[in-house]
Design a protein around this ligand. Structure first.
Ligand code: PRP
Length: 234
């Protein structure tokens, strides 16, 4: 009995049924990148030989590329400017942009987003997954109420069981943050389906959709622990 309890803690996904990847490929408002540069950089991340400095740099680069993909439909408004030659009507983003990195693994992605969107406001949210229960625990919250945003991106490299993503979006909605989008590097079909069901109004952007979760709740083939690999705490 004691052994069974210890096993359940160590292997929380053991015996849990998971959807096949094909079943979650075409869910509504789910964008899975087809960009060759993203696929190339994802392979570098997945490779276990990639050390923390290159890993962190690549997460940042992928953050910038995903920012580019996930902002393709943002709204513009006209603005009058003068070029060195003559006046013209240009365009600027209509309304502000928010970025919410889910600590700590979301930090690298958020840095990449800021390279593309330097004026974005950044609100940190600390969620840590209890590795025995897989439940997310909130430990830091720097959110501000803001409703003049055109869009707010919740960014976190890994969508595993979906618990952290669902909690983060629940918290953001409680704060009244409008126009949410969720961005991750890798999703597992199980977490993707859970997130789609819990927050059907939030568009989801992934660099890749993997096959499954293992018994411990790790994404397979995945890339290991995105936080530890970014910050050298292996
Ligand atoms: C990882 C990851 C997500 C979460 C995903 O964070 O960055 O936040 O787990 O798992 P879930 O979908 O099952 O909730 P972790 O708890 O390892 O914290 P870290 O960012 O501090 O490394």
């Amino acid at each position: 009995m004691a052994n069974e309890a210890a096993d359940a803690q160590a292997y929380p996904m053991r015996g849990v049924s998971q959807p096949a990847r094909e079943q979650t490929l075409n869910l509504p408002q789910v964008h899975i990148s087809r960009h060759p540069v993203i696929a190339h950089k994802m392979t570098l991340l997945r490779d276990k030989r990639t050390a923390p400095p290159a890993f962190y740099r690549t997460v940042r680069e992928l953050g910038a590329l995903l920012a580019y993909e996930s902002t393709a439909d943002l709204k513009l408004e006209p603005v009058r400017i003068e070029t060195p030659i003559e006046p013209m009507t240009g365009s600027e983003l209509a309304g502000g942009v928010g970025i919410v990195p889910i600590l700590r693994a979301g930090l690298g992605l958020a840095e990449g987003f800021r390279e593309v969107l330097p004026d974005a406001a950044v609100w940190h949210l600390g969620l840590r997954r209890d590795e025995r229960t897989l439940e997310p625990i909130e430990y830091y919250n720097q959110l501000a109420r803001s409703n003049n945003l055109q869009v707010c991106f919740s960014v976190d490299p890994m969508l595993a069981t979906g618990g952290s993503a669902i909690d983060a979006l629940n918290i953001l909605k409680r704060y009244g943050v409008p126009h949410l989008r969720y961005v991750a590097l890798i999703g597992a079909p199980y977490g993707l389906l859970k997130l789609r069901e819990a927050h059907p109004d939030v568009p989801i952007y992934l660099a890749a959709l993997d096959e499954r979760l293992d018994d411990r709740g790790f994404i397979c083939p995945g890339l290991g622990d995105a936080g530890d690999r970014q910050f050298g705490t292996l």
